[in-house]
Design a protein around this ligand. Structure first.
Ligand code: GCU
Length: 680
């Protein structure tokens, strides 16, 4: 109980009085089907009821005093309770949960076993959060078809940008034997409705290239575990595999031997894993190989793989994180933010139907604040999937508290105007704006082999919330937080309020003491943890802030800058282009301004920098006080774990504050109006 391992699936016992009496009516399970996903649902329901009610549920022949779970047409009790009208509303992965009060029974019904599993997890969520289940009448379908998680795990056991220990999948260049832990992870993912996993890092090196050859039998074992939880397994592949492991001399996508090689290897993969999801590819990106070497483009490269996968129903997920990572800082014309759009937009219409482009939420790299990628929605004839990062690479690395759901909500609600009003990112991601067959959301996982999965216990909420939000982007950050708190810490009103407040205020606090006004980076090179204002300023990575004695920011306007603003549709283009209309929080992303420039807030840029950095630390200190107010209300070990991280956050926020304030004081020579301590 003190480890955090159970995460949100602890199913703690309700006490008589809670809603115990009404729940006790439903202590039997009625099931008629035997396939493996239904069996997963049954064992989860058994386990859940046992925890919540404190008694082992029985299996019932009849529907009375029972929860009936099953697919339509295969379970008489489900069929009796669920009307044809309801059935018509349910898609491939949706479910209904309906209470039949008269007969004291309940049905969790769906068109597929996968839907039954999601419905079962939802029912358990309702029970664990103490909801009234007497009159349930729920019809629920996921909004996004692809609900993916990307592991950045390497076979040596390390996790790229991992902040919670080592890989749970790989160790010593082998696939781990600890299938129990992997099964528990599958369970967590399924409980929040995720349905696809890429088990290895997008940076695929020689050993990982062999996941589709030598290691295939072991990969198949993992696929079998995930299959029981309705999750499809995918692999990241190395674009240069034909050379590196195939003995060919080229990886040219138009070379017939290369095409044949991929076809054969792909057939082997499907022979071992008939429901294999497909390949994820990082090509021509950050020194990874790709079609550019052969004078080909990304459509040529991805279509070659798509052709190999197509006969089996597989897909290629091709990443758009393509930019010049060997830029010269002296060159003010090249703008990394432009790169994805410039590379991919002209290729619209050339991709096969089973290719999906995976696009990071912002044009740079998961910064605390950046605008939404203008490539999202800009290719009407191409499938796209939106990429988030649950791992907190630039948002405190799971040592600082950062609740990511509010940030993702803002992104999902962003209006692209790609087909006029009514084209927000959430409808691009779901495929509904352009009518895509394949669409959805993917995110980089934040788990590792640490006992509590995520290092910072409270970072579990980001994994939980990711699944919930991707299932339904209209859920609110408040509701998701509240659900998670109840499931994790129990139903105590004070704790719920305190923790909810902490979570909801956390992104703004972090933003306060890091790089100001959307300018981004200013982090220690390589680790990306902690402040280093000029760390990347003269580097090749294309992430500059251009601070001088006079001002700061990147001019990305069409009029006088890199022209990045013109990648946006009207009226976003005009809003970002105009210094007067550009939102404060993104000002330095789009404009270079003097420190004396007055923001909409009425403050000068320099005063804003000082104020937010002092406030950020004060607010981080308040978070600690709030957390200490909960001592004694929860498991002591868990409380202490979090307290330690929160204290580290404060110390580290001070480092950010002082480095940033001093840097800008030295550059500008302008004093703080409030005369606080800035080290000169
Ligand atoms: C970032 C991150 C890398 C990662 C890359 C990617 O640059 O720092 O570690 O490989 O994104 O998304 O491919």
């Amino acid at each position: 109980a003190g480890s955090g391992y159970q995460a949100w699936l602890g199913y703690r016992q309700l006490l008589p009085g809670d809603r115990f009496d009404q729940y006790a009516v439903f202590n039997r399970i009625h099931v008629t089907e035997t396939d493996s996903v239904i069996q997963t649902a049954v064992s989860e329901l058994t386990h859940g009821l046992e925890g919540i009610l404190g008694v082992k549920p029985e299996f019932a022949e009849q529907g009375k005093h029972a929860i009936a779970i099953g697919t339509f047409g295969n379970n008489p009790v489900v069929d009796r309770i669920v009307t044809a009208e309801k059935i018509a509303l349910i898609g491939q992965e949706g479910y209904v949960i309906i209470t039949d009060k008269k007969n004291a029974c309940m049905a969790v019904g769906a068109a597929t076993s996968n839907g039954v599993l999601y419905g079962t997890f939802h029912l358990l969520r309702l029970l664990s959060t103490g909801s009234d289940i007497n009159e349930l009448d729920i019809v629920d379908n996921p909004i996004n078809r692809l609900r993916m998680i990307n592991q950045w795990d390497n076979m040596d056991g390390s996790v790229e940008r991992g902040y919670a220990g080592e890989s749970i999948f790989f160790k010593d260049n082998l696939i781990t034997e600890d299938h129990g832990r992997i099964r528990d992870y599958a369970r967590m993912l399924a409980s929040v409705g995720l349905n696809g996993i890429v088990i290895n890092n997008v940076n695929v090196h020689k050993v990982e290239s062999k996941l589709i050859t030598e290691f295939l039998p072991d990969v198949a074992k993992l696929a079998a575990i995930f299959r029981e939880y309705a999750i499809k397994l995918f692999l990241s592949v190395n674009y240069a595999s034909p050379i590196e492991i195939g003995g060919l001399t080229t990886a040219d996508p138009l070379d017939s031997d290369v095409r044949q090689w991929w076809k054969e290897k792909t057939a082997d993969v499907y022979a071992a894993i008939p429901d294999f999801g497909g390949y994820l590819v990082k090509a021509d990106s950050e020194n990874r190989p790709g079609p550019f070497t052969y004078g080909r483009d990304h459509a040529d490269g991805s279509n070659m793989l798509a052709e190999a996968l197509e006969p089996f129903g597989g897909m290629v997920i091709w990443r758009c994180f393509v930019y010049n990572c060997k830029q010269d800082w002296r060159d003010r014309k090249t703008d990394r933010a432009r790169a994805a759009y410039d590379h991919f937009k002209p290729l619209d219409g050339r991709f096969m139907d089973n290719v999906i482009l995976q696009i990071k939420n912002g044009p740079l790299d998961f910064q605390v604040r950046e605008p939404v990628s203008p490539l999202l929605g800009a290719m009407p004839s191409t499938n796209q999937v939106l990429e988030f990062q649950i791992a907190q690479e630039y948002t405190g690395q799971q040592r600082h508290l950062f609740y990511l759901i509010p940030q993702w909500k803002e992104i999902l609600d962003f209006e692209t105007y790609t087909k006029g009003k009514g084209s927000p990112i959430k409808r691009i991601a779901s495929g509904s704006v352009h009518g895509n067959r394949l669409a959805g959301i993917a995110a980089v996982s934040n788990i590792g082999d640490e006992m509590n999965w995520t290092g910072h216990l409270l970072a579990q909420v980001n994994l939980y919330g990711y699944g919930r939000l991707v299932w339904n982007p209209d859920l609110t950050a408040e509701n998701i937080a509240e659900e998670w708190i109840k499931l994790t810490f129990g139903d105590n009103e004070n704790s719920i309020n305190v923790i909810k407040n902490m979570l909801l205020s956390s992104p703004a606090i972090y933003e306060c003491y890091t790089a100001p006004l959307g300018v981004g980076f200013m982090v220690t090179p390589h680790t990306h943890y902690g402040p280093d204002v000029d760390g990347y300023e003269y580097a090749k990575w294309g992430t500059y802030h251009y601070a001088d004695w006079h001002g700061i920011g990147v001019d990305r306007t069409l009029a006088t800058g890199t022209g990045y603003t013109s990648q946006y549709n009207s009226p976003n283009f005009e809003r970002y282009e105009s210094l007067a209309d550009c939102p404060d929080e993104l000002l330095l992303f789009f404009h270079h301004v003097p420190y004396t420039h007055v923001l909409h807030s009425g403050k000068t840029v320099i005063q804003h920098i000082y104020d937010t950095h002092f406030e950020g630390v004060e607010k981080a200190e308040r978070l600690v006080t709030e957390w200490y107010s909960l001592a004694g209300t929860m498991n002591e070990v868990l409380h202490k774990q979090v307290a330690e991280r929160m204290e580290e956050q404060v110390e580290h926020a001070k480092e950010w504050r002082d480095r940033i304030n001093t840097y800008f004081y030295r550059k500008s020579g302008i004093a703080d109006k409030a005369e606080r301590l800035i080290y000169s």
